[in-house]
Design a protein around this ligand. Sequence first.
Ligand SMILES: [Zn+2]
Ligand SMILES: [Zn+2]
Ligand SMILES: [Zn+2]
Ligand SMILES: [Zn+2]
Ligand SMILES: [Zn+2]
Length: 284
Amino acid sequence: MAQGYAEQWVNPERAGQLECLICHCVARDAVATQCCGQFLCLGCWEQCQGRSTTCPHCRQAPASADPANRDRREIQNLEIRCPNGCGATIALLAKERHMESGCTHRRVRCTDCGDDVVQKDLKNHRELHCAVLFEPCQVCGEKVRVGSMQAHMEARMTAEFQGTVATLAQEVSEQKAHVAQLTQELQGLKREFATSGSKDAAELKQELRDLKRDFRTSGSKDAAELKQELQLLKQGQAKLQAHLDSITGNYSASTVDTSRGDSFRPRYVRTATNCDLFPRVHLF
Ligand SMILES: [Zn+2]
Ligand SMILES: [Zn+2]
Ligand SMILES: [Zn+2]
Ligand SMILES: [Zn+2]
Ligand SMILES: [Zn+2]
């Protein structure tokens, strides 16, 4: 472990000339050997002498060393940069004081909350972030600045109310959109219904026309058939009449049996209404 000073030297070249032979840091409590004037930390020198009385540089034995007082003063006045990175340049001898009280990057304890805070941030911490400035909100658990709890809770409730209103507004607009969609669908259905209704009506009309036409066609066909049948019947009637007339003529001329004493004879009577259609035979 290094006994000497390991710092960020402002003048590293000069610092290098004051290094300890053993630890290669700038000599702490520097001593110089009597034999060869070599430069060492007092601690490094004593460690060497504990193992051997020989000079660690020129091997003379027994070796001895004296405090290098002039160099000690120079070393104590060498400038270093603050190891905390505060940017300060200070003499080595002022380092401890700087680190304890002057350095703006040193960590200090907030006496209010006990937290370690970088010194330059302490004021800010005390004013804005220190735990004693806050208390937990009993509603939301958030840390709220002491004295502003009421405002916080009011703001929180307002926000919640506005959130609820916004949610409701959102729901209403969704419902509106839904209703609009349903209305549109309903209109579509109505339109479809109207179209299909009139289509059905048109179809029915057409069917009716077809039926009428069929009826006329078949009716007139039937009428023609009937007419033809009627003609045939008329012809048949004429033949029958002729036949009957011939029979009647023969009978009246030759076959009346007067011996029976009754007037049994067939009579052929024509009724006035049906005379053109059918012969009616009446037996008396
Ligand atoms: Zn040393
Ligand atoms: Zn020596
Ligand atoms: Zn500093
Ligand atoms: Zn604090
Ligand atoms: Zn709250």
